[in-house]
Design a protein around this ligand. Structure first.
Ligand SMILES: [Zn+2]
Ligand SMILES: [Zn+2]
Length: 403
């Protein structure tokens, strides 16, 4: 099969790889019909993620059709259309039974003390081959796979895999209550979703901080107060606009190298059915490869900067939610201001499997306008991603706060 494979920083290739086989009774083999690029993939391509093993297939956001099933999988059939959770979970251990799927103690072959097992990640996350390929082996398929209804397109499914549940997870971390104020640093796909969920909860005020006009515009369209960090000091602005009170909750969704997530929109995304396979594998994987290869280098201090700003804009007894992956090179944070303000710091990896069943279910309950995927926004892929997620998000209007 064809797959996008990591060989080293800046060395990402479209390779011929061996087709995956069932290796355990709880495995499935999925033929992938659409795959997306996450900001995390760009960090890998840039060499910002330590301990990536050369030869690993990249990608953790995909949808597809089941081609083969191990004998212990009872909730799916061959031919079912499925969405793959980015993080793997056994469904049986104590952490899984509590809904803490990213903490599954059995899915990560490195052992129970290691973090989330995920597709296409560094050695400490498995490693497992990723989903920017024609086929994937899915361990613990009974938990890791979810049925993707025909009413949702492949593009809907891609938006649902990671950005939407992670945005919801971020809001859950903040424990935002109606009327409270929120600042979101980093308004890429995850930040946008967090803003959308905050609006539904009834946030009193939302500040959106980014450097890209398209993202600020999207945030403003959702009712957020936009702050362009290239033009203004967000700490000064929020201090002034809140009369020195700061905000109740902060989400730090800034990636380590602060470049936007991108998503290729290959031909399959034009149709609403996975059966409408207009393009070849080459059509589908090559744009992903080009985007990964064009990822620019080097590391920045964006992560520390975002943390400092987050602490600075948080009001006393505020809550700060930190989402992003922190590579080993960047770990110097001053906790002084957090301590002085009695801030609550909450951080972690999204428990995708916890949120996805209801997100998929809710996404079908509203009849919405159809999507506009007709032409791919070649010059501005982040906008393409945003518009896609906006379209699916309109299905969630009626969400009450999620528990
Ligand atoms: Zn992702
Ligand atoms: Zn488990």
């Amino acid at each position: 099969m064809k797959a996008i494979v990591y060989f080293g920083p800046g060395d990402i290739r479209l390779e011929e790889m061996r087709d995956p086989d069932l290796e355990a009774a709880s495995d499935a083999i999925v033929r992938l019909t659409a795959s997306a690029i996450c900001g995390f993939d760009l960090q890998i391509a840039r060499g910002s993620v330590p301990q990536m093993r050369p030869g690993t297939i990249l990608g953790h956001e995909a949808v597809g059709v089941i081609e083969d099933l191990g004998e212990d999988i009872r909730n799916f059939e061959i031919g079912d259309r499925v969405l793959l959770c980015p993080t793997l979970a056994c469904g049986a251990c104590r952490q899984c039974r509590r809904g803490h799927y990213a903490h599954c103690t059995r899915a990560n072959p490195n052992g129970p003390s290691f973090g989330a097992a995920m597709f296409g990640g560094p050695a400490p996350s498995g490693p497992f081959h990723g989903l920017q390929a024609e086929y994937a082996r899915v361990p613990f398929a009974h938990t890791t796979l979810l049925h993707l209804p025909e009413s949702l397109s492949d593009a809907d499914g891609l938006a649902l895999t990671d950005a939407i549940p992670t945005g919801l997870f971020a809001i859950r971390l903040t424990q935002l209550r109606p009327g409270q104020s929120l600042a979101v640093f980093g308004c890429g796909p995850v930040g946008q979703q967090a803003i959308a969920f905050a609006q539904r909860i009834g946030a009193g005020r939302i500040f959106a901080i980014d450097r890209l006009a398209s993202r600020l515009e999207a945030a403003r369209a959702r009712g957020a107060e936009a702050i362009d960090l290239e033009r203004e000091d967000p700490v000064e602005v929020i201090d002034r606009l809140t009369q020195g009170e700061g905000v109740d909750c902060v989400i730090d969704a800034v990636p380590i190298d602060a470049l936007p997530s991108r998503l290729s929109a290959p031909t399959e995304l034009d149709g609403n059915s996975h059966r409408q396979r207009n393009g070849t594998t080459r059509d589908r994987l090559l744009p992903l490869l080009e985007t990964l290869r064009s990822a620019e280098l080097p590391l920045t201090d964006a992560s520390e900067q975002a943390f400092e700003w987050s602490c600075a804009v948080a009001g006393k007894s505020g809550t700060l939610a930190i989402l992003c992956f922190q590579p080993g090179q960047v770990q110097r944070f001053s906790l002084a201001s957090a301590l002085q303000k009695n801030l609550t710091l909450r951080l972690g990896t999204c428990h995708h499997r916890k949120y996805l069943p209801r997100l998929i279910e809710k996404s079908q309950t509203r009849r919405v306008q159809e999507h506009c995927y007709g032409s791919r926004a070649l010059e501005d892929e982040p906008l393409e991603l945003l518009s896609m997620e906006r379209s699916i998000e309109q299905r969630f209007f009626d969400l009450s706060p999620w528990e």
